[in-house]
Ligand binder design. Structure first.
Ligand SMILES: NC(=O)c1ccc[n+]([C@@H]2O[C@H](COP(=O)([O-])OP(=O)(O)OC[C@H]3O[C@@H](n4cnc5c(N)ncnc54)[C@H](OP(=O)(O)O)[C@@H]3O)[C@@H](O)[C@H]2O)c1
Length: 130
């Protein structure tokens, strides 16, 4: 299966990408940093550099990957984890605006997207069909 992972370089994304490639999935991993390409290649993924808040870049990244499924592991939490409600704003923005950009790029090919529940209390969670 072709799987696009947003947040592929993160605390959640790295082990998930490694496992997906180990079991034979073809994974495209997104990062904003060209220097993290090597990290993603080491996990067995094809890296793509894009910011999910850049609508054109995010849509292009997903659409060129032609994924069967999109796994959204985006977060923008402080390194020590959030301690105040305002520290969830950035994460909520990438989950709301960023996710909308990913969905626009994934249609009409991908039929499934997965937003895992997070301990951080972010807003989007659960599987979605479109
Ligand atoms: N996630 C959780 O539920 C959780 C729970 C408890 C504690 N923590 C702790 O909190 C700290 C942060 O962990 P984390 O998992 O939230 O963050 P993280 O490890 O920094 O991962 C965030 C991921 O989201 C991506 N990302 C963020 N904004 C993006 C954007 N605008 N466009 C594209 N990609 C974007 C990052 O990609 P690039 O940076 O490569 O672009 C990265 O892959 C860690 O110390 C972790 O142990 C996390």
């Amino acid at each position: 299966m072709r799987i696009f992972v947003a947040g592929a370089t993160g605390a959640l994304g790295r082990p998930v990408v490694r496992r997906l490639t180990e079991v034979g999935h073809e994974v495209t991993g997104m990062t904003r940093s060209p220097e993290k390409r090597t990290l993603l290649e080491g996990l067995g993924a094809r890296p793509v550099v894009a910011d999910t808040l850049d609508a054109a870049a995010a849509q292009r990244a997903v659409s060129e990957a032609r994924p069967d499924a999109v796994l959204n592991l985006l977060t923008a939490l402080p390194p020590a984890g959030p301690t105040r409600a305002r520290e969830l704003r950035a994460t909520n923005e990438v989950l709301q605006r960023g996710t909308a950009n990913l969905i626009r790029g994934a249609r009409p090919r991908a039929r499934t997207a997965w937003w895992p529940s997070r301990s951080s209390g972010s807003t989007a969670s659960g599987p979605a069909k479109w």
